[in-house]
Ligand binder design. Structure first.
Ligand code: ATP
Length: 288
């Protein structure tokens, strides 16, 4: 689903002496099926921005359009509800929100809350548990008897059960070990690819942004500072450094390699292993 953010502004505690502007004049169009990485230093406004996409915060000015729903400043409750249904949000440590006695009940909670029948919600639970790579036998277990990684998958299944048209991921790999991080990121990437699901990833990992994103949006002091393809964003090292960020090491390596070799290898969507493969292939082509 296409997303269009127009002149969005957000002030916390608006109209009080403690008023604080967290977003200023954000304009951002995200085409349907895009994987967008939202990066920026702590306090730059990333969470505030994504909470508007899920109807958790209302704009102080401007608007957000998601498909046919538009939420404007002073918008109706109905529009907030409609956005909430369209956008599934995976918060940091989503497993902390599990609370039912069984995995199945936990996954069914969202759909049941939105009026889906028990039978359909059960079928959905069986479908989404498979989508997150867990066996159906897990459905009858208590979520609290599962490993941390499995619990996180169950929480993600609960978000998928709402059949979101946009997936918003707020640092979804926080607290996982390196292997767990790769597994969860690969899961999101395959969900995005298989379903052409518009995905917004809030991350502090420049490596993840370079590996998975079609587009990168950089927030700085409540403003949209840079937005473009990873290759273009990573060619702005000085600007990134001004915003307290840097080009990931793998990309720096490749930029140097391209400069020295005169070859033009792709700057995004690679792991270190793929990077080594690309370099060795290009060496072979040159007869080295
Ligand atoms: N509930 C709130 N009340 C008042 N100010 C807030 C509130 N939440 C965030 N802010 C302020 O709004 C600004 C943007 O915060 P936000 O949490 O959106 O940044 P962020 O980029 O997501 O940061 P982080 O990477 O640390 O999660 C910050 O100055 C922050 O202090």
């Amino acid at each position: 689903m296409e997303i269009s953010i127009n002149r969005l502004e957000h002030k916390y505690m608006e109209g009080t002496p403690f008023e604080r502007r967290a977003l200023h004049d954000i304009n951002l169009d995200i085409p349907d099926g895009t994987f967008l990485a939202l990066i920026g230093h702590t306090g730059s406004g990333k969470s505030t921005l994504i909470q508007h996409l899920n109807g958790l915060l209302k704009p102080s000015a401007g608007s957000i359009k998601m498909g046919s729903t538009e939420l404007k400043a002073g918008g109706k409750k109905q529009d907030l509800k409609s956005l909430r249904k369209k956008a599934g949000i995976v918060f940091q440590y989503p497993e902390h929100q599990l609370f039912e006695e069984t995995v199945e009940k936990d996954i069914m909670f969202g759909p049941r809350n939105f009026g889906v029948s028990e039978e359909t919600a059960k079928r959905t639970a069986a479908k989404v548990i498979e989508m997150v790579g867990l066996p159906e036998s897990v459905l009858s277990k208590s979520p609290f008897d599962l490993s941390g990684g499995q619990m996180r998958r169950v929480a993600i299944a609960g978000v998928l059960a709402m059949n979101p048209e946009v997936l918003i991921l707020d640092e979804p790999t926080a607290g996982l070990d390196p292997a767990g991080r790769v597994e969860i990121m690969e899961l999101f990437y395959s969900l995005h690819e298989r379903n052409n699901l518009t995905t917004i990833l809030v991350t502090h990992s420049m490596e993840d942004a370079s590996r998975y994103a079609d587009e990168i949006a950089v927030m700085h002091k409540g403003e949209l500072y840079l937005h473009g393809k990873p290759t273009d964003i990573f060619s702005e090292r000085e600007a990134l450094q001004k915003a307290g960020l840097d080009v990931p090491e793998t990309v720096q390596f490749l930029q140097k390699w391209n400069e020295k070799s005169g070859l033009n290898l792709a700057l995004s969507k690679f792991t270190v292993e793929e990077l080594a493969k690309q370099v060795s292939q290009s060496l072979k082509k040159r007869g080295n």
